[in-house]
Design a protein around this ligand. Structure first.
Ligand code: TMP
Length: 229
């Protein structure tokens, strides 16, 4: 196997976290409703007396949130694609070590709003840096960690961009349609390559239907942290 292939397998091979906790990541293009889904899923879990750890990327730690502000600031117009990738990975390296790994070791359910796949889709495909480079850098941030399940909320890029039309765009939202089409294609490619952990949700469905579909996928994991959902 090539060096790039070995790195790729860090994210695309089988396994999951393998510890007592569970890492579930949420992915999707702009306007796919994944953040709304996380809010409703969290409310559902809390109503059942569960206490998930909720984090987001870029961000999720004090250092990561400062990196996020630089990344999303519309004033960061001169940022190169390589800088963008390295900052995304830097935020991830901090989040994995400061929050996710300790939470998993303590047996917690961790829900993460975007994770390593987003860098493959956005920087690898969207910015055309290539998935191999992103895989190699992701391997540094992840240190062997893999999501147990990735819920990918998908809808056509035109529809996603139309949905966010009302809000002030951040630096990445404001990219042209072709960029978002490449991101969409990148997510589809990832879902095909790592089918063991990806489940695609129809983001054109109502928020209630999306929650029901997500719960169905979580029940399918048959993990003790998810019994009785
Ligand atoms: P959000 O809209 O889900 O809060 O994500 C912030 C933006 O950052 C969104 O446009 C996707 C982008 N992003 C990347 O480009 N690469 C990454 O690795 C991550 C985590 C996010």
């Amino acid at each position: 196997m090539s060096a790039a292939g070995e790195h790729a397998s860090a994210l695309r091979g089988g396994g999951g976290t393998g510890g007592p906790g569970l890492l579930i990541t949420f992915e999707g293009p702009e306007g796919s409703g994944k953040s709304t889904l996380i809010v409703s899923l969290t409310a559902h879990l809390r109503a059942l007396g569960r206490d998930p750890v909720i984090v987001r990327e870029p961000g999720g730690t004090a250092i990561g949130e400062r990196i996020r502000a630089i990344l999303l600031d519309p004033a960061s117009v001169s940022m190169t694609a390589e800088t963008e990738l390295l900052l995304m990975v830097a935020s991830r390296a901090q989040l994995v070590r400061e929050t996710i790994r300790p939470a998993l070791a303590a047996g917690r359910l961790v829900l993460c709003d975007r994770f390593a796949d987003a860098s493959v889709a956005y920087q690898g495909y969207g910015r055309e840096l290539g998935p191999e480079l992103v895989d190699r850098l992701n391997a540094v941030a992840l240190d062997g960690l893999r999501p147990d399940l990735t819920l990918l909320c998908l809808l056509p890029p035109e529809q996603g961009l139309a949905r966010i039309g009302g809000r002030a765009p951040d630096r990445l939202d404001a990219e042209r349609l072709e960029f978002h089409q490449r991101v969409h294609a990148g997510y589809r490619a990832l879902a095909a390559e790592a089918a063991w952990r990806f489940r695609v949700l129809d983001a054109a469905a109502s928020p209630g239907q999306m929650l029901a579909s997500a719960l169905e996928q979580l029940r399918g994991l048959e993990h003790s942290l998810l019994t009785g959902l």
